[in-house]
Design a protein around this ligand. Structure first.
Ligand code: AKG
Length: 306
């Protein structure tokens, strides 16, 4: 649970590093599940002739990078919210996390459709995420709602590993203009002419901690220069009033006083809901591509800096 000072900081600054809030056994179970998934995929890729060296002795912070050097397909089963194992479910529905969410959004808690595992590989440009607000990716129905992000490091995420950075106090000004920057991995970036003039704050966090942000908090993550894989999971939660802001994937009820029978308590049900989901509405935001957008200060464009 958050104490009053943490609750106030989250609301006034738009972010909080919540220390020791995620049970370590929940984090370690997810690390084990990821390692097993990587190992399974490595065997598939070896069969296909894409991988020759299995690096079986390499640990969680190195192996996927060594395998990725041979085949980028090593990460496919973990990408874009496709991973649906029991340990992933147990983190998403962890009572300690839901207790914090209940403080922020009330007793009816939807586990957001948009959750991600992020293996940020050392030195890989695709892992660098530009300044954005999560709402820029959402359907606008949630613009006036709080959709907290709960960013969970699966190792000690230091500045060197490319931890998160936030712009404090900028979450009360609505959704800034974004554009599709010309990056290695397609990503939305706050338009440089609309970037708040506020100093960034790096938010390193250790295993067991969580970095909490609002859906309007500008944030980014920087280059991983550490030689280790920076593993993290970003989870989101909302009250049902926020609507279907992430319609391409399935949300589910994680806690409810009003509809207790609809709460998902079995990871297999979670997996079935995710796999069978059919997108229903289109995101109603249209952000321009870098080559269609106009810039008063083109020198600040990310894509020109590359
Ligand atoms: O983990 C990262 O590097 C970026 C995460 C992010 O941008 C997010 O959770 O919205």
């Amino acid at each position: 649970m958050l104490d009053q000072a943490q609750f106030d900081q989250f609301h006034s600054e738009g972010f909080l590093i919540a220390r020791n809030v995620v049970p370590l056994d929940v984090v370690h179970a997810l690390r084990d599940e990821i390692e097993a998934t990587v190992d399974r995929q490595a065997r598939v890729l070896r069969e296909r002739g894409e991988i020759t060296e299995m690096h079986e002795d390499a640990d969680f912070l190195h192996r996927a990078a060594l395998l990725h050097d041979q085949s980028p397909n090593i990460l496919d089963p973990l990408a874009h919210g496709t991973h649906t194992g029991p340990a992933m479910f147990n983190l998403l529905t962890c009572p300690a996390v839901l207790d914090i969410m209940e403080q922020l959004i009330g007793p009816e808690i939807l586990v957001s459709s948009i959750y991600r595992l992020r293996p940020k590989l050392p030195g890989l440009e695709e892992g660098v995420i530009p300044w954005h607000q999560d709402s820029a990716y959402f359907h606008s129905c949630a613009d006036d709602e709080l959709v907290p992000t709960f960013w969970v490091p699966l190792m000690n995420a230091t500045v060197d590993t490319g931890c998160m950075e936030v712009l404090p106090g900028c979450h009360t000004k609505g959704v800034f203009r974004h554009y599709w920057a010309d990056l290695k991995a397609p990503g939305l970036s706050i338009h440089p002419d609309h970037m708040p003039d506020v100093s960034p704050v790096p938010v390193p966090a250790d295993i067991g901690d969580a970095v909490m942000m609002t859906n309007l908090t500008p944030h980014r993550s920087t280059e991983n220069v550490s030689g280790l894989i920076r593993w993290s999971a970003d989870l989101r939660y909302s009250s049902p009033e926020a609507g279907d802001y992430g319609p391409n994937e399935a949300a589910f009820l994680g806690r409810s006083m009003g509809r207790p029978d609809d709460v998902v308590t079995d990871w297999r049900v979670f997996e079935t809901i995710r796999v069978n989901h059919v997108p229903s509405i289109k995101i109603d935001r249209i952000w321009l591509r870098h080559d269609k957008e106009s810039f008063q200060h083109p020198e600040k464009r990310l894509d020109l800096a590359r």
